[in-house]
Design a protein around this ligand. Structure first.
Ligand code: ACO
Length: 318
C-alpha cells in the first residue's frame, strides 16, 4: 500500500512588519483590544513586487531544500489561495514557471482558511492512487490586498505569508486521514465584496460578522476533532501536537480545551503572524518543525475553519 508522507516543510513571511501600535495610528483601535480579543501583536504584510506567487515560491523553495529533492522531482503542484496574483493564470502555474518545473499538473484550490487542508488532502489522494509521486502543496495569501484598511473590525486580524510542504510517496503512513467539509449557507457571515460579477468599482474587501463566525468556528472545530480521532481509532491522549488555524487565540484555546491538551502541545503563531488564511497551518507547521518541537513519527492534528464556510482536518504522523 502507498501512503504520502511529508518530506520537508518551508515558510516565507514578508519583511515588512506592522505592529498593533502602528494600526492605532490609522483606525480607532488599541494594542490592548487587539491583544485581548485575538492574541495578535503584529503581522507581516507584502510590499513592492511581493505577490502571492512570490511568497508561495519562496516557501516552496525552502520546503524543497528541506526535503532534499530536486524541483524537477515534483510531479504535482497544488496551491491553496484566495488571493491569486491574477484571476488567471492560476498562481500555481506562476510558481511552476518560477521554479522551472516543466509539464506537471499545477492548480489553485480556493477554500479560504481551510485551503491548505483541502490541498493536502487532494495531493494525498493523487499519491495514494499513484497519479503523483512527489507533490508540492502550498498555502499562500496576501490578505492585505483584500482588506478595507479603514474597517477596524477586519483589518487588524490578518497578515500575509506562505507555507509549503513536499509530500512524497512512502510505504510508511504519513497522512493518516483527512476530513473536508463545507456549508455554503453561511456566505453572508464572511465574504469578499466585489469580483467578476459584482464589479470592480470598489477595491475588493473582506466583510465579516466576527462574533457569529466565532461561534460557528468553535462549535465546528470541536466536531471535527472528534471525527478525526474516531476515524483513526485514537484517543485525545494519543496526540502529540495540535496545529490549529491561527485566527484567534480564544478559538485555539477552546479547541485545545476540548481535546484536553495543555497549550504547550499547541503550536501558536497568531501572536506574530495574525491570520494568514491558507498559509496559517503550513507556516505554523514549518515553525515547529524548524525549532525542533515537532519530531519525526509524532502524531499531529491539523485543523482549519474559514470562509465558505469550509472546515477540515488532517491527522499526520510526521
Ligand atoms: N478595535 C477596537 N474595537 C473594536 C475593534 C478593533 N479592532 N473591532 C471591533 N471593535 C469593537 C466593535 O465595534 C464592538 O463595539 P460595540 O460593542 O461598541 O459595537 C466591540 O469591539 C465588540 O465587537 P465584537 O465583534 O463583539 O468583538 P469580539 O469579541 O467578537 O471579537 C473578533 C471580534 C476578534 C473578530 C472575533 O469575533 C473573532 O475572532 N471572530 C472569528 C474570526 C475568525 O475566526 N475568522 C476565521 C475565518 S477568517 C477567513 O476565513 C478569511
Amino acid at each position: 500500500m502507498i501512503f504520502s508522507r511529508i518530506l520537508g516543510t518551508g515558510g516565507y513571511l514578508p519583511e515588512r512588519v506592522v505592529t498593533n501600535a502602528e494600526l492605532e495610528e490609522s483606525v480607532a483601535t488599541s494594542d490592548q483590544w487587539i491583544w485581548e480579543r485575538t492574541g495578535i501583536r503584529k503581522r507581516h504584510l507584502v510590499s513592492g513586487e511581493e505577490t502571492t506567487s512570490v511568497m508561495a515560491e519562496r516557501a516552496a523553495r525552502s520546503a524543497i531544500e528541506a526535503a532534499g529533492i530536486d524541483a524537477n522531482d515534483i510531479d504535482l503542484i497544488v496551491l491553496a489561495t484566495t488571493t491569486p496574483d491574477r484571476i488567471y493564470p492560476a498562481a500555481a502555474c506562476r510558481v511552476q514557471a518560477r521554479l522551472g518545473i516543466k509539464d506537471c499538473p499545477a492548480f489553485d484550490v480556493q477554500a479560504v482558511c481551510t485551503g491548505f487542508i483541502y490541498g493536502l488532502s487532494i495531493a494525498d489522494q493523487f499519491i495514494r492512487t499513484k497519479s503523483a509521486t512527489c507533490a508540492l502543496v502550498i498555502g499562500a495569501d496576501a490578505n492585505s490586498k483584500i482588506l478595507d484598511w479603514s474597517d477596524r473590525r477586519t483589518c487588524v486580524l490578518f497578515g500575509d505569508g506562505g507555507g509549503a510542504v513536499v509530500l512524497g510517496a512512502s510505504e510508511k503512513p504519513g497522512i493518516l486521514s483527512s476530513h473536508l467539509h463545507a456549508d455554503g449557507r453561511y456566505e453572508q457571515l464572511l465574504y469578499v465584496e466585489g469580483g467578476v460579477f459584482h464589479g470592480y468599482d470598489q477595491p475588493a474587501s473582506v466583510k465579516m460578522q466576527g462574533g457569529e463566525v466565532f461561534k460557528v468556528a468553535v462549535r465546528t472545530l470541536s466536531r471535527i476533532v472528534d471525527e478525526t480521532l474516531a476515524a483513526n481509532n485514537l484517543e485525545k491522549k494519543d496526540l502529540d501536537w495540535l496545529i490549529p488555524h491561527q485566527a484567534n487565540i480564544r478559538i485555539i484555546s477552546a479547541t485545545a480545551k476540548k481535546l484536553g491538551l495543555p497549550m504547550d502541545q499547541v503550536i501558536v503563531t497568531v501572536e506574530d503572524h495574525g491570520n494568514t488564511s491558507a498559509a496559517s497551518v503550513p507556516l505554523a507547521l514549518d515553525v515547529a518543525v524548524r525549532d525542533g518541537r515537532i519530531k519525526r513519527d509524532q502524531i499531529v492534528l491539523l485543523e482549519a475553519f474559514g470562509g465558505g464556510f469550509t472546515w477540515g482536518s488532517a491527522l499526520i504522523q510526521y
